[in-house]
Design a protein around this ligand. Structure first.
Ligand code: ADP
Ligand code: MG
Length: 695
């Protein structure tokens, strides 16, 4: 498809009259470089100055133009000196209130003069009021010379006035008239979605005619707004699809074994897989049997049993004679995987290796050699696995646990460690559920599986939220639980980013609790303990040799000690929902009733209050994710995915989520039927950011 030479995407804003170096710099701050950028900079709201509203019909909150005769003008000396003017138009009257005014202004508003005012209606002491309205003197009965369109109010930056914005967008719209914004959506699509062509939508949003619903516009529900959001979401969807297609074109080892190792592991387990685990495992096996690299995201709520699914996938790979790398975000978690995997794989005689950042020298060299010679079939580690000197004999599968903590680029680095010319399959496991529409948008380059069922026999954790002034009662509760043979966690949080301070706080708390809870065996883990020390404490806790584990948030993910049934979180108000959910997920893993105590330090802000209420109301990770999305917005929920990779100019993943299924179908259709518009769409909306699609 040819791009017209007048394309506004290539026309710098400086081509517009009124954009000198100063304004160009200001616009640049908002990411506006081309005339097209300016046209995509949409008003945040509108004012209706298109008609004169009868005073009698005004309601509080309205922004309106009114016109009437001054019945009374009076200076009041109350708490603040003010000028009160009563304006009437035959349908009713209203008070104009001014705290600052010049003599000339006052003279302008004498009894009997006619005024036209614009302002926001508020409740006053005795009647409706406009406080400091814009005022213009008019002649009695002067014809309503009002604005022809709703007045746009633009998001702005220092030094750019609304009048400048109106002026500049006006000029940009003139250029638009000559076809500078190419229509990239096929006509039949617009008809189907009942949406206007792009140029019409842009024109309408900058200058909505008076008959357009202001309410629809301010809710961003106008077809013109949705038209732009749709196109932007579509462009993102396409870029991820293209990335995926490119990925699919590369080769990967076909991993299809005889199932013997998997069966032997299954036979050794004290439980049967849940239906959800079996379903997801079948999907993974299907992927691995393809000659193209799989890229699958497995979501499963805390405790849904992802680890054993990962182990079975690993065995599938080993059966086919290839190696597996399993990567975890923290040492603690990697160590725990190592423990689980060695319980499961050692009896099968499978070589298991361990690589962490701490391992140096001889031990590391030995592991690296065993890996490169193929003696080790499975290696578990942290990001130490990414390093250049880690070479594999036949790497067939990479499993990444808790993916949202790794950047996409890190994940991709491992991909290049495959057998010559081939890319290993990839499986990404996350316990942070992402609402479906969000996942479909943000992870359109991945296939999705959900383990949506917990193993049988789990009782939901009961959660209480209490102030830290009742700390003594909490300590007593810990004592009771532990004397009854159960185990507990006590998690210390600190707002400081510094790990050192966090660890110190945990040490202080542990000392205080040791004193208060004489007779209990108390352990401490935090990020600054050495690997073996941490390992020893965790092993002792797991073996029931420690009653109470005082910890920093290092125990947030993955730690699995079924006998622990009480979780105390200090300063819970400082943590986000997904973190709280992860922490709480450390209990409720056995058959006995578990409890979670969320202690907070008052006063509680409204967001924190909302979060803690959600925790009290539900244990369902997907529900929590949905509420989290409402409270924090998609940017925060997606973490690294959002930074730079998933930023939208117009679309909003929360507000526009109902568009997502349509966008998915549309992306398929465009790729199949209108491939020529794919590149221009990506270029328009993603532009230079498209490069991440190349990795
Ligand atoms: P997560 O999904 O949070 O990583 P884990 O893999 O740690 O969960 O599993 C949580 C616990 O549930 C572990 O003790 C695990 O052995 C156990 N488990 C896993 N699958 C089942 C099952 N199908 N039936 C019973 N227990 C299971
Ligand atoms: Mg896990």
């Amino acid at each position: 498809m040819s791009t017209p030479s007048t394309s506004l995407a290539d026309t710098p804003v400086t081509a517009l009259k009124g954009v000198g170096p100063k304004n160009a710099e200001r616009l640049q701050k908002l990411g506006i470089r081309s005339v097209q950028d300016l046209l995509f900079h949409l008003p945040i709201r509108y004012q209706d100055r298109t008609r004169i509203v009868p005073i009698g019909s005004l309601r509080v909150g309205d922004q309106a133009v009114i016109q009437g005769e001054v019945e009374l003008a009076d200076i009041r000396f109350g708490r603040r000196r003010s000028l009160l003017v009563r304006l009437a138009d035959g349908t009713g009257s209203i008070t104009l209130r001014f705290f600052h005014f010049s003599a000339a202004q006052k003279a302008n508003m004498m009894r009997g003069s006619w005024l036209r005012c614009f302002g926001e209606v508020r409740n006053g002491p005795s009647s409706l009021e406009l406080v400091h309205p814009e005022v213009q003197r008019v002649d009695e009965g002067e014809p309503a010379n009002v604005e022809p369109a709703l007045t746009p109010i633009y998001p702005t930056t220092e030094g750019m006035h609304q009048l400048t914005w109106r002026d500049l967008t006006g000029r940009a719209l003139e250029l638009l008239g000559s076809g500078g914004l190419q229509e990239l959506l096929p006509e039949e699509v617009l008809r189907e979605f009942a949406m206007p062509p792009l140029a019409d939508a842009v024109r309408l949003l900058h200058r909505p005619p008076p008959d357009q619903s202001q309410r629809l516009l301010s809710d961003n529900g106008h077809p013109a707004q949705r038209r732009l959001a749709l196109e932007e979401l579509l462009a993102h969807q396409l870029s991820l699809r293209v990335l995926r297609q490119r990925q699919r074109r590369r080769g990967a080892p076909v991993l299809q074994g005889d199932g013997d190792l998997q069966q032997r592991l299954l036979d050794s387990l004290p439980f049967r897989l849940t239906g959800a685990q079996q379903r997801v495992l079948a999907q993974i096996r299907g992927d691995l049997a393809q000659p193209h690299p799989a890229l699958r995201l497995v979501q499963g709520d805390v405790g849904s049993g992802k680890t054993v699914v990962a182990a079975l996938a690993a065995l599938c790979c080993v059966e086919a004679g290839c190696q597996v790398a399993l990567m975890a975000p923290t040492e603690l978690l990697a160590e725990q995987h190592l423990r689980n995997f060695s319980t499961w794989l050692d009896p099968l005689g499978i070589g298991l290796g361990w690589l962490s950042g701490r391992h140096k020298g001889r031990r590391r060299a030995t592991t690296l050699q065993a890996l490169s010679e193929g003696e080790l079939k499975v290696v578990i580690g942290t990001h130490a696995l990414f390093q250049d000197d880690v070479l594999f004999d036949r790497l067939g599968l990479v499993i990444v646990d808790e993916q949202h903590r790794f950047g996409v680029h890190q994940r991709l680095a491992l991909r290049e460690k495959g057998v010559a010319g081939q890319v290993p399959h990839q499986l990404v496991m996350t316990a942070t559920p992402i609402p479906r529409t969000l996942a479909m948008t943000a992870y359109a380059d991945l296939d999705l599986s959900v383990i949506d069922e917990l193993p049988p026999g789990r009782t939901p954790v009961s959660t209480v939220v209490i102030t830290d002034s009742r700390r003594d009662q909490v300590v007593e509760r810990v004592a009771r639980a532990c004397t009854e043979g159960r185990q507990a966690y006590w998690v210390c949080t600190l707002i400081e980013e510094s790990e050192a301070l966090q660890c110190e706080a945990a040490e202080v708390t542990a000392a205080a609790l040791t004193e208060a809870l004489e007779g209990l065996r108390i352990g401490l883990v935090h990020g600054r303990l050495k690997g073996p020390e941490k390992e020893a404490v965790m092993a002792a806790f797991k073996a029931g040799e420690i009653d109470l584990l005082v910890a920093t948030t290092v125990v947030e993910v993955g730690v699995d000690v079924p006998n622990a049934s009480l979780m105390v979180i200090e300063n819970a108000e400082r943590l986000g929902l997904s973190q709280l959910h992860q922490l709480r997920g450390r209990v409720g893993r056995g058959a006995q009733q578990s409890h979670c105590v969320l202690m907070y330090h008052p006063p509680l802000g409204s967001v924190a209050q909302a979060r803690l209420a959600v925790m009290r109301e539900t244990n369902d990770g997907f529900e929590i994710a949905r509420r989290d999305l409402e409270i924090r917005g998609p940017g925060e929920v997606l973490g690294t995915r959002q930074t730079g990779e998933m930023q939208f100019r117009i679309a909003d993943l929360l507000r526009d989520q109902d568009l997502v299924p349509g966008v998915q179908a549309l992306a398929d259709r465009l790729l199949a039927q209108h491939p020529e518009s794919v590149a221009p769409l990506m270029h328009r909306w993603i532009g230079s950011k498209v490069q991440y699609a190349d990795v």
